[in-house]
Design a binder for this molecule. Structure first.
Ligand SMILES: *Cc1c(COP(=O)(O)O)cnc(C)c1O
Length: 444
């Protein structure tokens, strides 16, 4: 029998007693509170608005609101739009926002200055980047007609690549590979037909993280180009695109970068390919001299070439607030806390929910784990509904997966404790088993 309530020695509470290894068997809420008190990122909590009585575990889908976002929106709407009117394209720097914000994103993904723009959506940017990569390959390796991507990739990425392959109508084909094939360096799929490999850095459903350096190397060794989708890793862990030799990357700003619902995405191109790429959505914002209004297209030098047309300036301006918060945080510390939170989550599920049929889907190895914990249970949807009803907000993904995003800037260790305890109550007492928790909305 273990007494979880009467201990006073912190080492014991943290599982460091003389016999046990460092498991969570003896951790309790007070120990979690002490971890929170010693957390070097704790002050960032005050940069965000999270409603009272809410534990927000969906920052991997829509980040919480940075406090400054409302004031920035007011400024853009009342001052820049209301007073400045059309003058604000120049006086408020609206026209320069894609590149200005792009440099801020670049600092978080190891891209280098002048190599990233914030614009459009991830889906659209992926279409543009994949087209651009295939045009480069059409010069360098014209017989290659295959695009590889993960079978378990976020569906929009797969759909956009399939749409592109159909559009090209020249024998282009998208082939889907399993995560294990990617992790092993493409032993069977990397043939001399492969032009391009598009990979999402962290699997949105399982939380599996892929090694960017070795995987990019395997892609290049096979003669293909590598595009990385950073939707579930930008802002959650240190990334070194240029250092790892990636060719292009895309990602969104509304997940771990807290840019706001539907905030614009980003696209990055390596220095080596900067003036080699061309993309098919060549609107006037990508023109070398857009205000000459020439009927002849001439692409801008550098990354502006990835732009298309006029952007949603309110949304783009608000996204900057989230990027500025992220820029102040040490991403190494963010990663360290993220892993500590997910270790705790996994340990508590294993020890305190052991009597229930829950399966931990997220890889245990730190090197293969993003910033979330996914667990599977047959009644996952109803269980998540019951949790959300208590103000503990994660989400559900088919099949059977309860997904908990761990955002170190506004989540603490006691939040993880409270979440697993609520799960225990819901499972022990079958509180999920009511018709109201089984009704699905349009968005899950
Ligand atoms: C969230 C996400 C998207 C979203 O794309 P949108 O164009 O913003 O809808 C795309 N790809 C991946 C891998 C994602 O995680």
């Amino acid at each position: 029998m273990t007494d979880l309530t009467g201990t006073t020695d912190p080492a014991t509470e943290l599982g460091g007693d003389s016999t046990a290894d460092n498991t969570a068997a003896a951790i309790d809420r007070a120990a979690c509170e002490r971890l929170d008190a010693a957390d070097p990122l704790r002050a960032f909590h005050d940069d965000f608005i999270v409603p009272a009585d809410t534990i927000y575990l969906d920052g991997n889908s829509l980040g919480a609101r940075p406090k400054g976002a409302a004031e920035r929106a007011r400024e853009v709407i009342e001052d820049e739009w209301g007073e400045g009117l059309i003058r604000s394209w120049n006086t408020a720097g609206w026209f320069e926002l894609p590149g200005m914000l792009g440099d801020k994103v670049s600092g978080l993904i190891g891209g280098g200055a002048g190599s990233t723009v914030v614009t459009d959506t991830t889906s659209i940017n992926l279409f543009k980047a994949a087209s651009a990569a295939l045009r480069i390959q059409a010069e360098d390796a014209p017989d290659r007609r295959v695009i590889l991507t993960q079978r378990e990739n976020f569906p929009s990425d797969i759909y956009m690549l399939q749409g592109l392959a159909e559009q090209l109508d020249d024998g282009f084909e998208v082939r889907l590979v399993d995560d294990a094939e990617v992790t092993a360096g493409f032993p069977t799929s990397m043939t001399d037909e492969v032009a391009l490999v598009v990979l999402t850095h962290v699997n949105y459903r399982t939380g599996r993280l892929f090694d960017m350096r070795s995987t990019t190397q395997a892609i290049h060794d096979g003669g293909a180009l590598a595009i990385w989708d950073l939707c579930h890793s930008a802002g959650a862990l240190p990334i070194d695109l240029a250092g790892h030799g990636a060719d292009m990357a895309v990602g969104c700003t509304y997940k771990f970068l807290n840019g706001g619902p539907g905030s614009p995405a980003f696209v990055w191109v390596s220095e080596a390919l900067q003036n080699r790429f061309a993309q098919p959505l060549s609107g006037w914002w990508s023109h070398a001299k857009p205000f000459e209004m020439s009927p002849d297209y001439a692409p801008a030098d550098g990354i502006r070439r990835f732009l298309t047309g006029t952007q949603g300036i309110v949304s783009m301006s608000v996204a900057e607030v989230g990027l500025d918060v992220a820029a102040r945080a040490d991403l190494g510390a963010v990663r360290e806390k993220s892993l500590a939170l997910s270790d705790l989550f996994i340990d508590l599920v294993e020890t305190r929910l052991a009597h229930h049929p829950v399966e931990i889907v997220t890889p245990r190895e730190h090197a293969h784990r993003g910033s979330q914990v996914s667990i599977a249970h047959e009644e996952g949807f109803a269980i998540m509904s019951a949790l959300i009803d208590r103000g503990i907000i994660g989400d559900y993904r088919e099949p059977s997966i309860l997904r908990f995003g761990l955002t170190p800037l506004y989540l603490g260790f006691a939040d993880v404790w409270d979440t697993v305890e609520a799960l225990r109550d819901i499972l022990d007492n079958r509180l999920w088993d009511t018709p109201e928790y089984k009704v699905r909305g349009a968005v899950t």
